[in-house]
Design a protein around this ligand. Structure first.
Ligand code: HEM
Length: 135
């Protein structure tokens, strides 16, 4: 009985750090969902001319989420050339990062028109990304 308990304890201890590491990596779907919610709310506010502290915080959060999405890859199993598809995913993500940083900079100087233009550019990239990755 004692040895069974010991074996169970050992199994738990040796497995626990791996489970922890795995937990730190979120699925792309989860990151995108969060991005989608913040993006929608920010778009509404900026369209109403709001470019204050809450909008800046949202834009900064979006930059972080795009950075997180650049550490992940979608399911590429249906693509004949997975390397090219991965490269294209990362290329679009890099473009999105530039545009989100533009939105952040525009909001930080309270330039609603420039912020709106950057968010429109982000929408174009979203469309491209979602079309190409078949969403
Ligand atoms: C403003 C930019 C973007 C927003 C707000 C956005 C938002 C979203 C949302 C809401 C989902 C759906 C999650 C779900 O319920 O299944 C999603 C999924 C996804 N998006 Fe985006 N997206 C953006 C840009 C992009 C770009 C540029 C790409 C490609 C480079 C991309 C690739 C994907 C992929 C592959 C999924 C499916 C993930 C999965 O289910 O595993 N997205 N995105």
């Amino acid at each position: 009985m004692k040895s069974i308990l010991l074996a169970a304890l050992l199994a738990f201890v040796s497995f626990a750090p791996q489970a922890q590491a795995f937990d730190d990596v979120r699925e792309l779907k989860v990151v995108m969902e969060e991005m989608g919610n913040i993006f929608k709310a920010l778009g509404k506010s900026v369209a109403q001319g709001k470019v204050g502290a809450p909008e800046l915080a949202s834009a900064r959060q979006l930059v972080k989420l795009v950075e997180e999405s650049a550490t992940l890859l979608p399911d590429l199993s249906t693509f004949p050339n997975r390397d090219a598809a991965a490269k294209r995913y990362l290329d679009l993500t890099a473009q999105l990062l530039v545009v989100m940083k533009d939105a952040e900079a525009a909001i930080s100087r309270a330039d609603a028109a420039a912020a709106l233009a950057a968010l429109e550019a982000a929408k174009e990239l979203r469309k491209l990304g979602h079309d190409e990755f078949k969403l």
